[in-house]
Design a protein around this ligand. Sequence first.
Ligand code: 5GP
Length: 179
Amino acid sequence: MNLDQVRVLYSEEEVKARIQQMGEIITRDYYEEELLVIGILKGAFIFMADLVRKIDVPLRIDFMDVSSYGSSTISSGEVRIMKDLDYSIEGKNVLIVEDIVDTGLTLNYICEILRKRNPKTLRIACLLDKPSRRKTDTVPDYIGYSIADEFIVGYGLDYAEYYREYPAICILNPSVYEK
Ligand code: 5GP
């Protein structure tokens, strides 16, 4: 990790322990049920991989890739599906796994699409939540950490596709993007 560019917010060890706890809670909530876990690409890939290994109920995984329409500064909340699910979710317990919920617009739209496909249940697990930025009433069911409004990289999250492989959850030094 280049510590001139980032500051560690949660260390690798802290994240590991937190995901273990989340996995235990999810395991308890879905006792004697099956789960279809849907990762939202690309940011959720590391969180998803770690989380599913801490969930002890029969599960299958699938991925969805979405991208926002229009300018990145004005989020319309309307997303284009770049990769749709491989499986039907009808009658299934669906758990969406997202890296970070910011305005909530992306997740709101994804939930709207998925609800129309009649899952049995639909819940959201996110690693990070920035509630101060919310523009919708989206409330994730499982939250790793609730954080202030700072730009996060590492543990799957990127800036211009870099930093995803950093093992800790880090705050990106504004000097990197204000240049
Ligand atoms: P929302 O629709 O909730 O505003 O957008 C959520 C998406 O914005 C996340 O899935 C993520 O791709 C991106 N995002 C929001 N905040 C951050 C952040 O602090 N760091 C990174 N790397 N991406 C973020």
